[in-house]
Structure formats: C-alpha cells, structure tokens
Design a binder for this molecule. Structure first.
Ligand code: GDP
Ligand code: MN
Length: 384
C-alpha cells in the first residue's frame, strides 16, 4: 500500500523525524483556513501517489490568503499523470539551503536492505542517478545487524553533505531506518531532505510504501486505507483473504498454488481462451475457501465458464472434492464448472465428483483437456 505524502509524514513523525506542521484538506475554503492558521508563507501540495508533482505544477508557494486560494483552486481537481487531486496538504513553508535525497528499500539480489543518500537531492534525482551514479552514496544493511550509528555516520560522510548537516542527517537516517523496518515498509524515501539556513535538517517530502503482508500486525494502518484502486472483484477477494488478480477474459480460474494458477492462465490462453482472473486458494481447499473463491468468480459478469485446477499435495483429493461439492450447495453459479483434480488421492476425489456431474459440472483428468472444455464452454456462453 502506497501512502500519500501527508500520511508518510505522519508515520515519520511517529518515529521522531522532523517534518513541517500542516493540514490535509479537501476543499478550497478549508485550504485557505488552514493556511491562515499556519501563517504565511505556506506550500500548497497536491496529494497524489505519483512523483514529480512539483514539475507538474502541483506544489506552489503561497505568501498570503489570496495566493493560497488561487493555488488551492488550481491544484484541486488537477490531473497529475492520470491521478486526480482530491486532497491538498497545506504546509508551513521552509527556507531551503540545500536539498538532499535519502531512502531505504530492499535489495533483493543482495538479500539486504539498501540505503541511498545523495547531496544532489530535489526534483532531478532520477537524472542524477542515471548520469552520475557516484553522486549517490549507498549502504547495504544486514537486517540481523541493523544500522549501527557509526556505520550510519560513515555513510553520511561518504555522501559529502554539508558538514553542518551531519548530526541532523545521522539522527534522521537512524529514525528513518526504524520507520522502514519496524514500520514494515518496502520503501521509505525523503526527497528533498533539506538543510535550512539555520542548520536544521528536515524532511520536506515523504514517499512510503507499506508491505501489505504485514498488515495483520498493524491495526493502525486502517487509517491509511480506502485509497487503493481495487476493482469490485478484487475488493471481494481481499475481504475473503484470497490471492486474486482481476483480468478481462471469460474463463474464471481457481487453482491451488501461485505457480499452478499461473500455468492455468497460460494453458487457457494456449488453447485459445482468455482468463478472467488469477486466483490462488493456497494449500487448503476446504469448503469455506472454495465457496469464497466461487463467490468472487461469480461476481464477475464476464465469466462464462469456471476452471478449477487442483493438484492435491498435502491436501488430499477427497477433501478437495468434498469442499467443492459443499461450496456448490452454498453458491448459486451462473457459469458451468470444469474440474481437473489430480495428485494425492485423485481417484477418491473424482469418485466423489462423479455423483454430481452434469452439463454444469464436468470433470476432466488432465489440465489440457479441462482447459479445452472450459474454453469451449466459455465460447458457447458468449454465443448465447
Ligand atoms: P515532488 O515534486 O512530487 O517530489 O514534490 P516535493 O514535495 O518534493 O516538492 C518539490 C519541490 O518543491 C521541492 O524539491 C522543493 O524545491 C520545493 N518545495 C517543497 N516544499 C517547499 C518549502 O517548504 N519551501 C520551499 N522553498 N520550497 C519547497
Ligand atoms: Mn519530492
């Protein structure tokens, strides 16, 4: 889950990172009121989950009420790279002497965290990264060891920030590392991290991406929620804890295991069909999970046939078959089902399905045959 700048700053503040006071608002009047209260100059900032807002005209300095009103009305509703601005962050303006760049993310190849720090921050950091990679000081951090203060200080020295910024930068980077690890983020980025004429170091922007897999241990994340653009099917799937990705084809797919689900999509394509979704129900294919999966698929108006592809491993075939049969009693399906059941105790499973077979429920012994049948049925459904 990606956060808006103002939410990222809320998170930073919780970890002791200095940020400017401000207010999130969604109307011009509220923006002006907040600006008057904060005192001028203020910065009016578009809240969209995409970078380059400054260059797109979504970040403006206002010196008085009138300018605050003008900027707020111009920026609200603005389209920035396909993101419509619905919320503004009004922030007390800072004086900037230097702009730095700082971030932590995961370096999967190195199996370590990666910190990046540059004295050349601001709106052109991508260009700096491409043209002068040496202008970015990197540090790899073993997650077990963490980031000790002396290593952090050495890293800051390598980045050649203004010496006046060293202590402030070290303190912020140590806090930012905590926000990244304890906060369960995939990415934290401050650009610009500024040095003020008074010699203070301060976060002027915030980019945070949280690791959705850690959501269960962060009930406080619910306050950030409601901003993901999930479609209705994906929302239903999320509520049921299913690994689902909506696609635009006509064959609904249910498989156990992400690899099998992907192969199932491939095979459906290979025989001339198009998958309506990717859905991995994981290891246990009991009636509850299966019913939940079928409900999600059933909510998709494009689905003309459903292909259930299960390879029994630890989960035995007869349990899967019972789960499917029970789920079918609970969910009234619009589309016919084709089942391929293989693996542990597949024979026993197929025997259970046999009693329920009809033109609405077909069992096929191989993945390819099942895919062909599902695609044929989907075609027949479309022609209807
Ligand atoms: P981005 O373009 O989406 O990355 O938005 P930022 O929040 O990073 O703002 C873009 C640029 O606006 C910054 O690099 C600064 O140069 C400038 N800016 C933002 N806030 C302030 C501020 O409080 N004072 C001043 N003088 N400039 C600011
Ligand atoms: Mn920025």
């Amino acid at each position: 889950m990606d956060l808006f700048e103002y939410q990222g700053k809320q998170l930073f503040a919780r970890f002791g990172i200095p940020v400017s006071p401000g207010a999130a608002v969604s109307s011009v009047d509220a923006a002006v009121e907040a600006a008057d209260r904060l005192g001028y100059p203020v910065v009016v900032k578009a809240q969209v989950q995409v970078g380059g807002r400054g260059k797109a005209g979504g970040v403006k300095l206002a010196n008085n009420t009138e300018e605050a009103r003008t900027h707020a009305s111009n920026i609200l509703g603005m389209d920035i790279k396909g993101h419509v601005v619905r919320v503004l962050w009004i922030e007390k303006a800072s004086d900037i002497e230097q702009e730095y760049y700082a971030s932590f993310t995961l370096d999967r190849a190195a199996k370590q965290h990666l910190g990046m720090l540059s004295a050349r921050g601001g709106v052109d950091i991508e260009q700096v990264a491409a043209e002068e990679p040496d202008a970015i000081a990197r540090i790899h951090i073993d997650p077990v060891d963490g980031l000790p203060e002396d290593a952090c200080r050495e890293w800051v020295t390598r980045a050649r920030l203004d010496p006046r910024a060293t202590d402030g930068a070290v303190a912020i980077l140590l806090s930012l590392y905590r926000a990244y690890t304890e906060g369960d983020a995939d990415l934290v980025e401050i650009n610009p991290l500024i040095l003020t004429p008074e010699g203070n170091v301060h976060a002027l922007d915030a980019k945070v991406s949280l690791d959705d897999n850690a959501a269960y241990r962060h009930p406080e994340w619910s306050e950030f929620g409601g901003q993901e653009s999930l479609d209705r099917r994906e929302q239903l799937a999320k509520e049921r804890g299913l690994q689902y990705v909506g696609l635009d084809g006509t064959v609904g797919i249910i498989a156990n295991g992400a690899g099998l689900a992907m192969s199932t999509c491939d095979v459906v394509n290979q025989v001339g069909g198009s998958p309506a979704n990717f859905l991995d129900i994981g290891g246990g294919a009991n009636a509850d999970v299966m019913a939940g999966a079928l409900e999600v698929i059933n909510s998709d108006d494009n689905v003309q046939s459903i292909f259930i592809n299960i390879f029994g491993g630890i989960t035995r075939g007869e349990e899967v078959a019972k789960g499917i049969v029970q789920a079918l009693e609970r969910v009234e399906l619009r589309a016919p089902i084709v089942i391929r059941l293989d693996g542990t105790n597949a024979e026993e499973g197929r025997a259970i399905l046999k009693d329920h077979e009809s033109d609405r429920l077909v069992s096929k012994p191989t993945m390819l045959e099942a895919a062909r049948t599902a695609v044929e049925l989907a075609g027949a459904g479309e022609a209807r």
